[in-house]
Design a protein around this ligand. Structure first.
Ligand SMILES: NC(=O)c1ccc[n+]([C@@H]2O[C@H](COP(=O)([O-])OP(=O)(O)OC[C@H]3O[C@@H](n4cnc5c(N)ncnc54)[C@H](OP(=O)(O)O)[C@@H]3O)[C@@H](O)[C@H]2O)c1
Length: 233
């Protein structure tokens, strides 16, 4: 359990709980919240015995990603597992009511471009890693086959594009032994998921971490849901 894991969007929700559970498993964690001074993360760091480094990283901003990558390279000599978890769910209207272009682009910048830029910036450290796992947290709402209700244009489009990007990552980095995954966590109780979600945070995150832990070469470039179920694109 000596893997070094980097988690983006670590300030709350799934990301914060991932950090908690990874530390409990004995891992070294680099937590990348959007901004500094997140109290729960700071507390976790104080209790971690030096196993949790906090490096702010706004995944919607390339300069922020690059500068965070530089700081991370000064703290750890490799990253074994990357979890691109940060994401937004902009509430925008329908085509008939008019799409808000700025919100659409914001979703694309954070949900789709962010994970790709993070991989680029961290590549030297990822190439020194042992596990070579690139996990992206997507959503079933990004599945074209599964879209039975429409709506949520910005979120659906940005996550569908992320899914395509992950398939490309699988082709680009699979030959080097990387395993690129796109993981739907299920509907989990977080600020985004709301209290109406059927899945509790703890078990929801445990399931994501199990999916990542158990992933093998044959899972490279696959779309996986709760209980390690393969999902339709
Ligand atoms: N919960 C669910 O039911 C569910 C279902 C399907 C998929 N997901 C996916 O799971 C991931 C985590 O979501 P969640 O449920 O934990 O939602 P959440 O509670 O809203 O947390 C989202 C996290 O992403 C961070 N974030 C947003 N923009 C960022 C940026 N530009 N740079 C860095 N971090 C940023 C947020 O930080 P700030 O608070 O500082 O903005 C926050 O820590 C997302 O990718 C989401 O799409 C969740």
């Amino acid at each position: 359990m000596d893997s070094i894991v980097l988690v983006t969007g670590a300030a709350r929700g799934l990301g914060l709980e991932m950090c908690r559970q990874l530390l409990a498993e004995g891992r070294m964690v680099v937590a990348a919240p959007r901004k500094a001074g997140e109290p729960e993360l700071e507390r976790l760091s104080e209790e971690s015995g030096g196993r949790l480094h906090i490096v702010p990283m706004d995944v919607g901003d390339e300069d922020s990603i690059r500068s965070a990558a530089g700081r991370i390279a000064g703290l750890v000599d490799r990253i074994d597992i990357l979890i691109n978890n940060a994401g937004v769910y902009p509430k925008i209207g329908t085509v008939s009511s008019g799409i808000d272009s700025a919100e659409m682009i914001r979703a694309f910048r954070i949900n789709t471009l962010g994970p790709m830029h993070v991989v680029t910036a961290l590549l030297p450290l990822l190439r020194k890693g042992k596990d070579r796992k690139l996990a992206q947290i997507t959503s079933k709402m990004g599945s074209i086959d599964d879209n039975t209700s429409g709506g949520s244009y910005a979120y659906r489009v940005s996550k569908a594009a992320l899914n395509m990007a992950v398939k490309n990552l699988a082709h680009e980095f699979g030959p080097e032994g990387f395993i690129a995954l796109t993981i739907h966590p299920g509907w989990v109780q977080t600020r985004m998921g709301t209290d109406a979600a059927p899945l509790d945070l703890g078990p929801g995150v445990a399931d994501i971490l199990k999916t990542i832990e158990e992933a093998t070469e044959s899972d490279n470039g696959t779309f996986i849901g709760p209980g390690q179920e393969r999902l339709p694109w």
